[in-house]
Design a binder for this molecule. Structure first.
Ligand code: GRF
Length: 208
């Protein structure tokens, strides 16, 4: 099926670009029907404007790190109107709450730059370096009420090299994110992922 995607972003939007590229390369049959940003200055909005992708900044309300109340309802209404099959949080720096999660039950995924359950939340690369870890990675997971705690769908491992900095490591992980996210969306488009039957352990991504 042609999967209808809504993407929520806050900034740069490189994962959004990776999704757009994958559609262009026919990795899967899909359409980005709406991009919502909580930041009017998000570079992702410029990318949408340049590429004819419907996008909108919606004021996220009074809280810095979560989406609640009237603002949340505005996001829900915009998403409902776009009728997405899947909502992708791609660098959306805000916690989504039960009303939005329930409105699109088991149809919201997030990409997170760590091997969850390790390092939920922010500053994942700095924390991995500080801990002396020898590998890290990224995880695509279902979104539920627990921050970065929903059922994991796919993970990719990325080595940490001697001399790595937060910048070098995040660049290495980001490259892999750009492969893993489209790979997961392809599986949704192919009808291969169903929350209820999905196993407790995630799939492991291996680059082709
Ligand atoms: C990515 O590292 C993603 O894993 C995290 O936020 C970053 C967003 O980057 N959730 P971009 O906006 O997609 O370039």
């Amino acid at each position: 099926m042609k999967i209808r995607l809504a993407v929520l972003v806050s900034g740069r939007g490189s994962n959004l670009q990776a999704i757009h590229r994958a559609i262009g390369n026919k990795v899967f049959d899909g359409e980005i029907v709406l991009v919502l940003a909580d930041n009017p200055g998000a570079a992702a909005l410029g990318f949408c404007a340049d590429n004819g992708i419907p996008s909108k900044y919606i004021h996220p309300g009074d809280f810095k790190t979560k989406l609640e109340g009237a603002a949340e309802q505005a996001y829900i209404a915009a998403l409902r109107a776009a009728a997405p099959d899947l909502i992708v949080l791609a660098g959306f720096m805000r916690v989504v709450k039960p009303p939005l999660i329930r409105a699109f039950e088991n149809r919201i995924i997030n990409i997170h730059p760590s091997l969850l359950p390790k390092y939920p939340g922010l500053h994942t690369h700095a924390r991995a370096l500080e801990a002396g870890d020898r590998e890290t990675g990224c995880t695509v997971h279902f979104v539920n009420e627990v921050i970065d705690g929903g059922k994991r769908i796919m993970q990719a491992r990325v080595p940490i090299r001697p001399g790595d900095t937060e910048a070098s490591l995040s660049a290495r992980v980001l490259k892999v994110e750009h492969q893993v996210l489209p790979a997961v969306i392809k599986m949704f488009a192919d009808g291969k992922i169903d929350y209820k039957t999905f196993p407790a352990e995630p799939m492991i991504f291996s680059a082709k």
